[in-house]
Design a protein around this ligand. Structure first.
Ligand code: IPE
Ligand code: IPE
Ligand code: MG
Length: 251
């Protein structure tokens, strides 16, 4: 019997929050939380690969996180670089395709180079697509897409009056991937914090108080179960959705 259309998300997007509080609770420096957070990333990537999830998008550093103390920002940049170094081979071996979204121009040169290298190394892999959002902001994403569209108008390629959301969409990050089905935010806050504003339009939202360094396979399974119990209506009625599911099951 075919699976119900909502049972497994194709694309999961996660705000990995709570590293600082995890460390503070243990009287450790915030950096210790970020370090253990990298281990959670490793676990969840492995689990997504095993489950056959197609895309995992992780929010690693927001465009607003530059406002943190310089020391923490520097440590986060170092950890990002180190993780890319340490994980590249393992990701490649596991057939993972890595993509970074966000304004990478702001990163130190060696980090930018490393990003390019790992993306190039893994670009033809056919397993999980792992998207890391770094110096990413949903508003930046929409603004940069609007800029590209405006260039096309200026060049006379499209008319101003022809602009609809369908013209803007191809210029946004993640346009070549299925839209996120499931959004998870750890750490207890119930907000989007300028993550994928456009792309989350019809995503199922899931919030958990678990701090990111404690987020493991069991916690992820719980989120997947919650997702499977949701009815996604996309503006239609519940009856219409049930009828369509019934038809699909019997086709
Ligand atoms: C998320 O954890 C990681 C980043 C934003 C880089 P936080 O560092 O925000 O942890 P809390 O929210 O202070 O606990
Ligand atoms: C969101 O977490 C960004 C990342 C997890 C990378 P924040 O900790 O920066 O969000 P706010 O400030 O609590 O909204
Ligand atoms: Mg936080």
């Amino acid at each position: 019997m075919p699976e119900s259309p909502t049972s497994l998300p194709r694309h999961v997007a996660i705000i990995m929050d709570g590293n600082g509080r995890w460390a503070k609770k243990r009287l450790l420096p915030r950096y210790a939380g970020h370090k253990v957070g990298v281990e959670s990333v490793r676990k969840i990537v492995t689990h997504c690969t095993q489950q056959g999830i197609e895309v995992l998008t992780l929010f690693a550093f927001s465009s607003e996180n530059w406002q943190r103390p310089q020391r923490e920002v520097n440590l986060l940049m170092d950890l990002f670089l180190l993780s890319l170094r340490n994980e590249a081979r393992r990701l490649h071996k596991n057939n993972v395709r890595l993509k970074i979204i966000g304004e990478r121009k702001a990163f130190p040169d060696k980090l930018q180079r490393r990003i390019d290298e790992v993306e190039a190394l893994t670009q033809h892999n056919t397993g999980l697509t792992l998207v890391v959002a770094a110096n990413y902001g949903g508003r930046w994403d929409i603004a940069q897409a609007a800029q590209k569209l405006a260039e096309q108008v200026q060049a006379g390629l499209i008319k101003l009056e022809d602009i609809t959301s369908a013209q803007l969409a191809p210029h946004l990050c993640l346009t070549d991937l299925p839209a996120p089905d499931l959004f998870i935010r750890t750490g207890g806050e119930q907000r989007i914090s300028n993550f994928l504003l456009w792309q989350l339009a019809y995503t199922e939202l899931y919030f958990t108080p678990i701090l990111w360094p404690d987020f493991n396979q069991t916690a992820f399974e719980e989120a997947l179960e919650a997702f499977a119990s949701r009815q996604r209506r996309f503006g239609r009625t519940g009856d219409q959705v049930e009828q369509q599911n019934h038809l699909e099951k019997n086709s």
